[in-house]
Design a protein around this ligand. Sequence first.
Ligand code: IPM
Ligand code: MG
Length: 370
Amino acid sequence: MAAASEPFRLLVLPGDGIGPEVIGQTLRVVDWFGRFLGRPFAISQDLVGGACLDTHGVPVTDAVVETALSADAVLFGAVGGEKWDSQPIHLRPEAGLLRLRKDLDLFANLRPAICYPELASASALRPELVEGLDILIIRELTAGVYFGEPRGVETLANGVRRAFDTQAYTSEEVERVVRAGFDIARGRNRRVCSVDKANVMQTGAFWREIATAVGRDYPDVELTHMYADNCAMQLMRRPKQFDVVVTDNLFGDILSDAAAMLTGSLGLLPSASLGAAGPDGVRKALYEPVHGSAPDIAGRGLANPLATILSFGMCLRHSMRAPEAADRLEAAVRRVLARGVRTADIARPGEAGVSTTQMTDAVLAELDAM
Ligand code: IPM
Ligand code: MG
């Protein structure tokens, strides 16, 4: 492992929409922890998504991918916007993010959904259903229908057009993400729910077979299986039944948005995308808020920076291996929420809410006071 005084090389990719605002504020928190840990950050910042398309004609450049591969971690804002919606699919801002995930082999996407008691009333569900909620969705991130070949649009002999994508998984791809789920469940409540469509899809039955086999290595962790449609329903009906949910790329995309709304706001949810541990135990990693680029509020200082700040918290925990620092940051965020500081997305009816900068000021003030 690197000596504590060696700089931590962080590649920062703000992206589009509210990305630059929430990243800009998060860098103040990064700076605070550099001082706190006595470990300097070597930060490089670059373009991704629509911003990169406008300058370089591609959603991510080879040079940025190279830098990402050699960095200790990537901090990512958000990509996308109406301006680029008519681009062909491989030249949309989102393709930049997908390439980073694939080229860095970030197969395990951790999306915690925690409902802070102070925000239970902001949830779309009744407070008693979500108070104390603590779910971790682990989404497979580098395979499945997002990347399967062949894909395309063709014109059949009869002139009818036909579009197709391919859902495919190898046993290794399923096994490594399911294993990640079991390993993480051991540090939590030791329950894994594997989600698939084994009743309809070949890949679903395969997913379930592999998950069951991996489960035999973890007799101390309870494994259950659930169909994806039922999981969507159960998340709304009784969300606290879940501990760790492991699922494929597409189901994970959908179910993590649903789980996010249980917590009151998409503006609060961080994520970590992790690769395999290298010989030194270090994993490639990209940290990003679960929310998107929210073009409707971009540039107005209204965005909630907490999802990005908490994503940096996951970086402290998983890449910098500074769990006490991560705990400290999460505690500071909880205190800020407990004090009633609210951005517009989580404000009570009739309340204006503080700005992106003011929310960050409040977090920094708590950190200073702790
Ligand atoms: C997400 C997003 C992305 C995805 C988009 C921006 C490509 O929705 O991270 O959940 O579909 O994976
Ligand atoms: Mg999504």
